[in-house]
Design a protein around this ligand. Sequence first.
Ligand SMILES: [Zn+2]
Length: 408
Amino acid sequence: MFCKKDLTTHYWIMYIKLNRVVPNGMSPWYNDWLMPKTFEIKAAHKDSSARLGIIHTPHGPIQTPAFAPVGSQGTIKSLPHSTVKELGAQLILINAYHLYLRPGMDVIKKMGGVHSFISWDRPLLSDSGGFQIYSLSPLVKIKEDGVMFSSHLDGTRIFVTPKDIIDIQLTLGTDIMMPLDTFVPYPYKKQELKEAVSLTSKWARISREYFLEKKTSQQLWGITQGSTEWEQREKSIQELIEIGFDGYALGGLGIGEPKSQFFDVIKKSTSVLPQDKPRYLMGIGYIEDIIKAVELGVDFFDCVLPTRNARNGTLFTSQGKVVIKNKKYESDPRPLDENCSCYTCRNFSRAYLHHLYERNEISSSILNTIHNLYFYLDIFTKIRQAIQTNSLNGLKKRVINKEEDRGR
Ligand SMILES: [Zn+2]
């Protein structure tokens, strides 16, 4: 039998679990205990800020540090999902902007959401499409309540609000959703940067409040802005922490700013971001940058680099980059990477990969993507092992030295 006090406690537990909201004034201890745990830290690296963790999603766990291969249209170009899974992809990233334009939300709703539409049963992260709106659309007008843009396909004028972007991702049913944000290119004008940070926070609050009304088991992560100007980045981070998200992304980086400033802002950001939430460095793809960011406490990455470069014939290997179209590989009998055990390296010569590339064969994209994706996902496995064995510095030195040997 419950006594009156137990009944009250029981009521609040039910309320919080059903509504995913802790009432104002309730202790943060209760908050931690009662809210569903979406992120767990399993181990911390002794000599750096790197962490080993698990993100829990409705479609299974994601071991961090994690890499999300980019499949904007719901596919990793040139590979079937079965291969993507065999290569070790824990999740893929899809793009709300592209799927909203084509095939459109009506089709995806009819197909029962994007997991069912594309037949992918592992976690999915959807990018809000903000970056694509600003980078692909010829006529963008940012207003206080949303963005007006022209479809890059047929020029149709479309206006989206932060709530629309949440609705789109609710229909998609992705495990991790991102809100609409706005960013400025680098180099930036101070006033424009300030305005972008303010508007991003305003939209983040609208997005989060609307998301919480929906009572979904999907997650919504916040995107911080502020380029490399710490005053603005810190303001953005603090405002987003106050709103409260399931994870925090660093947006608007890797767009031409000096490397020293790039790492400086990551270091400062991870020192103020909540320890118990995943940190996501958006769109950063060079392995040496990734390892350095992991050391600074970043947990999550995505980038088109391994897949796009594979199709362009640029391959990442343990000995540095290989540009397979180069004539010197025309009769090279060696595998692409002697230290790699992917299907491509186990079975084919550089000469054959060169031939396929030069003849524009579809299998060139397939075999190159298998290798590059395997290489990336394997590095992430090594990163996770190195955090556990406290040997991340050794891994970083091996990777960076190889890159320098090749004169990058
Ligand atoms: Zn390989």
